[in-house]
Design a protein around this ligand. Structure first.
Ligand code: PLP
Length: 490
């Protein structure tokens, strides 16, 4: 590494990135790779534009920048665009960006405390700060038996706690009980749980996917969980894991944590809370009630990389009793032994024992920088602003009788649809698909969809850092104009 070369090239890259952000709203939000026009027509477009083999001699940075502009950017979907409203947000910020830069500079691999003490210790401190911001019960703090750890994604978070819960139950019932283990969730739970079950070896027929309650905005109905558990118990099975969601992926539904906590407690089951998206909102006192009941949870997860200005990836997982994670995931090979390794006599954490991989990045830096450079009050305002913008969008939908809001908004996601002219459901599906497709192909906005109660529904999630009121109005105007065109031709 030549420091002067880094300085020069680094400045150029920062200029490039700053210019990118400055002009981000001039790019089509959704990559036009699949658009029915232009050069970037088809999947595989890049293979046609780049050589088959790596260059044998070094290229220049200028040549690279040319390729980035001409070949890479056209194939990028601009998640940071103010007109990005699809899926859930994935925030970037100056603070998060700088944290990523510093993390890349140190480029440590902090699997044990000794491999970079600051990395482990900052992670412990920042996760304790965050737990306090969310008002998680004190058992989740590192000073008690629990603690927080940064995972790459919510999928990894649910996997590691499922493994911990599985092994805890097997220690109680014996290893031969494996095939009896049952997991409970709703049909609105993220597919990450299904994948975790597949990896953890939970029998596919033992994942109870209970139909969410349409009348409760698609939250799980506790009486359905009780009924399913009681049937399973009478069949000699072992209920061991409930996955609750605060802010489901389709519609931001909030499962009833207090009731699920009581059920879990009664049957000595592990309760995991997936608040990947909506957890961020719970730093605001007025939204904190969505976490009421977390007292009975064994683990809680939220993605700071979704709606918390922290660049991807940064998924925060807290457990009430870290020993379960460590029992399931620790290894102690000779080549990693050191005099500071985690043990009862030693108060250090070796985070390799709280996750699937061995190696881990210095991810706490960017979260620490976000927390310090914004401060909690500004972060709360940031969340509130998006929720206000979503409220405006919801009002706009309500004010046009050709549309309906599909389920009441809870956070910054609005689920809505264009009403078909006939009651034929297929018509509604095609109509709304065409509306979404036309909006996305216009390049002006990017929205996504889901299906609720058999109806094809459009999702408008506010949460990109640069989104302002003008973007909401422009998006709505586009959707209205397209609706007029589609209804006119249907
Ligand atoms: N859980 C919920 C509620 C989500 O909305 C998502 C993704 O949007 C996930 C889990 C999966 O997130 P990840 O990509 O971090 O695994």
């Amino acid at each position: 590494m030549d420091a002067e070369q880094l300085r020069e090239c680094g400045h150029r890259m920062v200029d490039f990135v700053a210019d990118y952000y400055k002009s981000i709203d001039t790019f089509p939000v959704l990559s036009q790779v699949q658009a029915p026009r232009g050069i970037y027509l088809q999947p595989g477009y890049l293979k046609k534009l780049l050589p088959d083999t790596a260059p044998s001699k070094p290229d220049t940075l200028d040549a690279l920048f040319d390729d980035i502009r001409e070949k890479i950017i056209p194939g990028v979907t601009h998640w940071q665009s103010p007109n990005y409203f699809a899926y859930y947000p994935c925030n970037s910020s100056t603070a998060g960006f700088l944290g990523e830069m510093l993390s890349a500079a140190f480029n440590i691999v902090g699997f044990s405390w000794i491999t970079s003490p600051a990395a482990t210790e900052l992670e412990v401190i920042v996760l304790d700060w965050f737990a306090k911001m969310l008002k998680l019960p004190s058992q989740f703090l590192s000073t008690a038996l629990g603690g927080g750890v940064i995972q790459g994604t919510a999928s990894e978070a649910v996997l590691v706690v499922l493994l911990a819960a599985r092994d805890r139950t097997l220690r109680k019932h014996g290893k031969t009980s494996f095939e009896k283990l049952v997991v409970y969730a709703s049909d609105q739970t993220h597919s990450a749980l299904q994948k975790a079950c597949q990896i953890a070896g939970i029998f596919s027929e033992n994942l109870r996917v209970l139909k969410a309650d349409k009348n409760k905005n698609y939250a799980i109905a506790p009486q359905d969980v009780i009924a399913a558990i009681s049937m399973d118990l009478s069949a000699g099975l072992i209920p061991f894991f409930i996955c609750a969601t605060v802010g489901t992926t389709s519609s931001s539904a909030v499962d009833p944590l207090t009731e699920l906590g009581q059920i879990a407690k009664e049957h000595d089951m592990w309760l995991h809370i997936d608040a990947a998206y909506a957890g961020s909102a719970c730093i605001c006192p007025e939204y904190r009630h969505h976490l009421n009941g977390v007292e009975e949870a064994n683990s809680f997860n939220m993605n700071a990389h979704k709606w918390f200005l922290t660049n991807f990836d940064c998924s925060l997982l807290w457990v009430k009793d870290r020993s379960y994670l460590i029992q399931s995931l620790s290894t102690n090979p000779e080549f990693l032994k050191n005099k500071f390794q985690a043990s009862q006599a030693n108060s250090v954490f070796d985070f390799k024992d709280w996750q699937v991989p061995l190696g881990r990045r210095f991810r706490s830096l960017k979260l620490w920088m976000v927390l310090r450079l914004y401060g909690v009050e500004n972060l709360q305002s940031y969340i509130r602003k998006h929720i206000e913008l979503a409220k405006h969008f919801e009002q706009l939908v309500i004010s046009d009788s050709r549309f309906e809001v599909a389920t009441p908004r809870t956070f910054s996601l609005v689920c809505f649809r264009l009403l078909p002219l006939t009651s034929d459901q297929d018509n509604g599906r095609k109509l709304n698909y065409d509306l979404m497709d036309a909006a996305n192909l216009s390049g002006n906005i990017f929205i996504s969809h889901t299906v609720l109660s058999g109806k094809f529904v459009l999702r408008f999630a506010v949460g990109a850092p640069l989104t302002e009121e003008q973007h909401i109005f422009a998006a709505w105007k586009l959707l209205q104009d397209l609706a007029t065109r589609l209804l006119g031709s249907s």
